[in-house]
Design a protein around this ligand. Structure first.
Ligand SMILES: C[S@@+](CC[C@H](N)C(=O)[O-])C[C@H]1O[C@@H](n2cnc3c(N)ncnc32)[C@H](O)[C@@H]1O
Length: 176
């Protein structure tokens, strides 16, 4: 299936990329989040890599380290060719880890963890939330999480690139 990704067009037989959200939507999701230091951003299921780069753009005053975890070899490889073309100047380091998140037992400390997880199964979400509880401060997800673990939660309607479709995301700040 062919799909346009900004200036980079690709064609992956039998792979449909379920589209990323717009850069404006990412700005909305990150508005109000402030860090006074270098930050680490993780995208669980990082797909094409566009969202990771747009997340870094939402924090122009911070040096950013980007990590993507992606189960699909073809998407991980694709993102490794796209990211160098679109990477913003405030990114220190980036890495795409080709792995099933279910096989990860822990994460390093993450400041902001994003996942476009609308289609993720219950088991997968439970595993992701367990990892996030240990490691992540801000969490952005399509799923609504149990409120007891978070000091703040907001709902943000986001647009899909190249379509009028709206997807609701949730932004959480962990209790510490
Ligand atoms: C809706 S796409 C989102 C892509 C990107 N995060 C974005 O927002 O544009 C979901 C991605 O999650 C990946 N994924 C699904 N299950 C996964 C798993 N168990 N471990 C890692 N990645 C997974 C898919 O291959 C797909 O690329």
């Amino acid at each position: 299936m062919a799909r346009e990704l900004g200036d980079h067009c690709y064609n992956i037989p039998s792979e449909s990329i379920y589209g990323e959200i717009t850069a404006n939507s990412i700005m909305k999701l990150c508005s109000g989040i402030v860090f006074a230091r270098e930050i680490t951003i993780l995208d669980i299921g990082s797909g094409s890599g566009y969202t990771l780069c747009n997340l870094a753009k939402a924090f122009p005053k911070n040096k950013c380290n980007l990590i993507g975890i992606e189960v699909s070899t073809i998407r991980a490889e694709l993102s490794r060719t796209i990211i160098p073309k679109i990477i913003p100047p405030n990114v220190n380091r980036w890495d795409i880890i080709e792995k099933d998140i279910l096989k990860l037992k822990n994460l390093s400390k993450i400041d902001l963890c994003f996942s476009f997880d609308k289609t993720f199964t219950k088991d997968l979400m439970k595993h992701i939330i367990d990892l996030q509880m240990d490691s992540c401060f801000y969490v952005i997800s399509c799923h609504s999480y149990e409120e007891k673990n978070w000091i703040e939660m907001k709902r943000v309607p986001c647009r899909l690139r190249g379509s009028g479709q709206i997807i609701t995301f949730f932004v959480y700040i962990k209790k510490i």
